[in-house]
Design a protein around this ligand. Structure first.
Ligand code: FAD
Ligand code: NAG
Ligand code: NAG
Length: 438
């Protein structure tokens, strides 16, 4: 059997999903993660459309369900906390999904489910990253931050929107620009302690304050809620701050959101104390092709669609399935001497790019274009109008308001079938010898 030595940078959603499939195919997989352990922070994410289908093909649906977030719907309230609109989740698993999909989960739980299903077959190394790589004699030679080196047939960059693998891959080319396009929209994510009140439900609550300040809380446990803050005003304020200076970032959000109405001031008190505050600029990544030589990019590193599409996680999982499927198809072939082809990655990467790009083109369509919302003056009148439209939409059950409610399925695109991934889903692992197992 032709097995490839494959190095994956990043043990996030994309990296773990790819390691899952490649190790099932019997390849020798190593994952390096910069963080000292599995990075399980992050708030609620969801799977949609083909992402759900891939989860099922991975055989992880019941593991997912056992950890699924309990959210039953989303409401919009006004400054007195009175409900203006409500969008219930459609838990039937059929039909179009609203803001709350049938497949909601905390990011850390999904990351761990994939890691747990993979860790016995894959070598994970935490707390290191790739410092340098170079293609030499049909291999990629890699030097790690701990001084060690290694040789691999394929290197996969699954290291997120700010991917170092991407910048190193593009580094020496004349058009070496970074392909991350910031959208100048900062979002703060954190969780706070808040006991569930009698009669309270597991719902998300959105509140639009004056000045285009947007606040969302989502209850995910009887004791805690998630909080999201975003708005143009905070972008201006944050530009003056050193990125990663959490104390200053927190202060900026407090200043901008103070007095916004509803329960916002209470949320801000807890904000200063929370230790999981995380603030990042929204943005998207676009580059063509997604590979160079023996190096290929996956997930946010290759095609981050920006959180506003709600499709980052589904795209990571579908892309991992296709990349693994193509490696399985092209790297299982043997040449006339019965030896594995040294260059199978060429056809595999090309097919991955060709098959998956139409999917991502649809997801990224319009992202980064000027939006009608950019020039709105968010005075009381506009807020009233938004409430009215939302109320109307909820009555009419039109639960797809612009980008907040992403499309369920990509039109005219079918998830490819891979015989190799199918058979490996059913066979037990015991009949395979996997090198690099711990
Ligand atoms: C801590 C965290 C919290 C997040 N929270 C949310 C959220 O609340 N809502 C949301 O919609 N999306 C969130 N995301 C983004 C979301 O996970 C992704 O958009 C999506 O799941 C695609 O996943 P990915 O694997 O491509 O990227 P990511 O999930 O970002 O994973 C990238 C991984 O690579 C690691 N890494 C980065 N640089 C290096 C390096 N140089 N070497 C080795 N490893 C490296 C990171 O530590 C991370 O584990 C979060 C991401 C992270 C890392
Ligand atoms: C909030 O909505 C309620 C009921 O819809 C209304 O009575 C109240 O006046 C509204 N509050 C504000 C500040 O607009
Ligand atoms: C969920 O979707 C299905 C299929 O489209 C539909 O029949 C059902 O009425 C929906 N349920 C809710 C609560 O919207």
């Amino acid at each position: 059997m032709n097995h490839q030595k494959i190095l994956i940078s990043g043990a996030g959603i994309a990296g773990n999903a790819l390691a899952f499939w490649l190790s099932k195919l019997g390849h020798e997989v190593t994952v390096v993660e910069r963080f000292p352990g599995l990075r399980t922070s992050g708030l609620q994410i969801d799977l949609r459309g083909h992402g759900i289908e891939v989860l099922k093909r991975m055989g992880l649906e019941s593991a997912f369900r056992s950890k699924a977030a309990p959210e039953v719907g989303v409401q919009i309230v006004n400054s007195s906390g009175k409900r203006q609109a409500y969008f219930p989740a459609n838990k039937s698993g059929k039909g179009s999904q609203s803001f709350t999909s049938d497949y909601e989960i905390m990011r850390g739980d999904l990351c761990r489910i994939m890691y747990d299903a993979t860790k016995e077959r894959v070598k994970y190394i935490f707390g290191i990253s790739i410092e340098h790589f170079e293609e030499k004699h049909d291999e990629v030679e890699v030097r790690f931050s701990n001084g060690e080196t290694g040789r691999f047939d394929i290197l996969v960059g699954a290291d997120g929107q700010g991917s170092r693998t991407r910048s190193m891959m593009l580094g020496s080319s004349p058009d070496a620009v970074d392909w991350f396009h910031p959208l100048e929209e900062y979002v703060a994510y954190f969780t706070i302690p808040r006991e569930m009140e009698y009669g309270e439900e597991y719902i998300a609550t959105g509140y639009i304050a004056s000045g285009g300040r947007f606040v969302l809380t989502r209850r995910y446990s009887p004791h805690r809620v998630q909080v999201y803050l975003t708005g143009k005003a905070v972008t201006e304020r944050l530009k003056a701050i050193q990125k990663g200076d959490v104390y200053e970032e927190k202060k900026a959000f407090v200043e901008v959101f103070r007095g916004a109405g509803w329960v916002v001031d209470e949320l801000l008190e807890s904000l200063m104390e929370t230790d999981d505050f995380y603030c990042e600029t929204q943005g998207f990544v676009k580059l063509d092709p997604w590979y160079k030589g023996r190096v290929v990019l996956l997930g946010d590193a290759a095609y981050c669609p920006s959180a506003s599409t709600g499709m980052g996680t589904s795209s990571a999982i579908v892309g991992a399935y296709i990349l693994a499927g193509e490696i399985g198809t092209h790297c299982a072939a043997v040449d006339h001497q019965g030896e594995p082809s040294k260059d199978c990655h060429v056809a595999a990467f090309k097919a991955y790019d060709e098959k998956f790009r139409p999917f991502m083109n649809q997801i990224q369509k319009g992202v980064g274009d000027p939006s009608v919302f950019d020039n709105i003056q968010w005075g009381p009148f506009t807020i009233g109008a938004v409430h009215w439209v939302a109320w109307l939409a909820s009555c009419l059950r039109i639960d797809r308001l612009g980008r907040l409610f992403s499309d369920n399925q990509i039109k005219g695109w079918d998830l490819p079938e891979y015989e190799s991934l199918k058979s490996h889903t059913e066979t037990s692992r015991d009949d395979k010898v996997v090198e690099g197992e711990r």
